[in-house]
Design a protein around this ligand. Structure first.
Ligand code: ATP
Ligand code: MG
Length: 351
């Protein structure tokens, strides 16, 4: 009897720098998973995006690639951008932010999980004892006013922190739903003691909280959150916050579990989602086989979880955990000698 199983079309965007190396590592893990008959199949279409594509075609995000992202079930992205590659008018190129805005990928979950005690600068934490998600608002806040012109007198400059009711409501709802799937705690990280926008955000958070009576809530100022993330990271489950605060705190949080090479991320909209490592293109180590593939492999797991393939996602996470349980299995950023490819093989062997 033939039982039809779901097939997911994945748009793969390797991008620039170490992007191609880490995405091909993640695809190798997905292929190995697929070969074991997980009850679904994946097909890929690869598209060129980023600074390299801009140098060829004049567009870092060609229409064909953008449409493929929209039409696929999910997108797996490496990283985009190279030093010195800018628009002709000198503006910084930000194709990943453009992709978020054009696909309205409002929710940015950044899961932080300690896979191995050796990798944390904090002492005394066992694997799994640091386990939280930062939910970053992706489409508004301080980053949404990009491109504002510098005043001609060059005596002042300003950026605008803009929040909308719709934007706050949907990110809070996303965070509470995430908390329901986890340990049922949701912390709002804001700066309501100084910024009126954050008083607004807090009011909406409290309104949405009423729909989730099972979830414990707290309000924390962003400065205190930075302290508590270092002092007692185990007290957090889901943290929800404004765009720039989320950007900063997720790098701090990645540092708690081994650094940028370890951290996955998602950019999630209502029916479209992009998954990529939290790090950038790391041009200093590109093409040398030194890149840590774990953040991208975990992003692929996050993608499977989002597609509804939770079991497969957990298999990848367990394989990463087993591979990292041997302290020798580390790329140079984590103090080891493994290459991108050899660490990927160790992870695949544990699938
Ligand atoms: P972006 O602006 O895109 O956030 P960035 O300027 O913050 O980028 P990254 O590209 O994330 O910088 O990298 C910063 C440094 O961290 C790199 O120079 C590299 O040495 C290191 N790094 C980042 N990702 C990895 C990785 N996956 N493996 C090993 N080292 C990495
Ligand atoms: Mg960065």
């Amino acid at each position: 009897i033939l039982v039809s199983q779901p097939n997911y079309n994945i748009a793969v965007l390797p991008g620039d720098g170490i992007g191609p190396e880490v995405t091909s590592a993640a695809v190798a893990v997905l292929d190995a998973l697929q070969a074991s008959g997980p009850g679904f199949s994946l097909s890929y279409s690869e598209h060129s995006v980023g600074a390299g594509e801009f140098l060829k075609s004049g567009n870092p995000l060609p229409d064909e690639a953008f449409e493929a992202c929209r039409a696929s079930h999910a997108v797996l992205l490496g990283a985009m951008g190279l030093p010195g590659v800018r628009w002709p008018d000198g503006r910084e190129m930000t194709p990943q932010i453009d992709l978020r805005e054009r696909l309205d990928l409002y929710a940015g979950p950044r899961p932080i999980y300690l896979y191995s005690a050796d990798d944390s600068p904090l002492r005394g934490y066992q694997p799994g004892e640091i386990d939280f998600v930062i939910v970053r608002e992706n489409t508004e806040g301080l980053f949404s006013a990009r491109g504002s012109v510098q005043p001609e007198d060059r005596l002042s400059a300003s950026d605008v922190l803009h929040l909308t009711r719709k934007g706050c409501e949907r990110i809070c709802r996303y965070a509470f739903e995430e908390a329901m799937r986890r340990r049922k705690k949701c912390s709002l990280v804001d700066k309501a003691n100084v910024l009126p926008t954050m008083v607004f955000f807090r009011e909406i958070f409290d309104e949405v909280a009423k729909d989730f009576p099972e979830v414990a809530t707290e309000h924390i100022y962003v400065d205190a959150a930075a302290l508590f993330l270092v002092q007692r990271p185990q007290s957090f489950d889901v943290l929800v916050t404004e765009n720039m605060f989320g950007d900063i705190l997720s790098d701090l949080a990645a540092g708690l579990v081994g650094g940028m090479g370890m951290a996955p991320s998602g950019d999630i909209g209502t029916d479209c989602a992009v998954f990529q490592p939290s790090h950038g293109t790391a041009p200093d180590i590109a093409g040398q086989g030194k890149a840590n593939p774990v953040g991208t492999i975990l992003s692929a797991a996050l993608m499977l979880d989002w597609l509804g393939e939770k079991e497969a996602a957990i298999r990848i996470q367990k394989a990463v955990k087993m591979a990292l349980s041997n302290p020798a299995h580390r790329t140079p950023d984590m103090g080891g000698k493994e290459s991108t490819g050899s660490l990927t093989e160790k992870i695949i062997a544990n699938l």
